[in-house]
Design a protein around this ligand. Structure first.
Ligand SMILES: Nc1nc(SCCc2ccccc2)c2[nH]cnc2n1
Length: 156
């Protein structure tokens, strides 16, 4: 039995703007995304999300709100990615570029979906409207979605 790979993704947002990071290396390189990564052994998911946000953007979130869970399957890879998605609108610290990510604010009206993962355009509206969601996406390669399902949920 291959366990899911447990990952986090956190977004810092105001009512009109969202902070995205340009991934400079590794998985998802060359795309704008939220801040996140692996949940380490002994870490809570929330704790990992806060740590990754701080490491990758320099910001400390006072509270993170769980807004979604995304499952990603890549055809040919038995390990599913289980991504817990968070938002925050209360943070401290100074935005700092890391070796992983170059943070930049975007108006919510001009999110660069063409330079992001293909699935983001499906679930971002749920996140931006604070509607908790559960999504499952099957990828063939790094661009093509061959199956997806996305549902609103009452609690996560
Ligand atoms: N938006 C988005 N993000 C990811 S990976 C996010 C989790 C992660 C993984 C590795 C390093 C840092 C963060 C995706 N994968 C497939 N579609 C996707 N969409």
């Amino acid at each position: 039995m291959v366990a899911n790979k447990l990952l986090t993704l956190a977004f810092v947002k105001t009512p009109t703007n969202i902070l995205l990071g340009y991934k400079k290396r590794g998985f998802g390189m060359g795309r704008w995304n939220g801040f996140g990564g692996k949940v380490e052994v002994g870490e809570t998911i929330d704790g990992a999300a806060k740590r990754e946000l701080m490491e990758e953007s320099g910001l400390v979130a006072n509270t993170l709100h769980k807004i979604g869970i995304l499952m990603f399957e890549f055809v040919g890879d038995p390990q599913l990615m289980e991504v817990h998605v968070f938002t925050t609108n209360e943070w401290k610290g100074t935005i700092t570029e890391s070796d992983e990510m170059r943070p930049e604010w975007f108006p919510i009206e001009s999110i660069p979906y063409k330079k992001m993962w293909t699935d983001d355009q499906f679930w971002f509206p749920y996140m931006l409207n604070a509607r908790p969601f559960y999504g499952y996406f099957t990828f063939e390669g790094m661009h093509k979605i061959v199956y997806h399902r996305l549902d609103s949920v009452n609690d996560l």
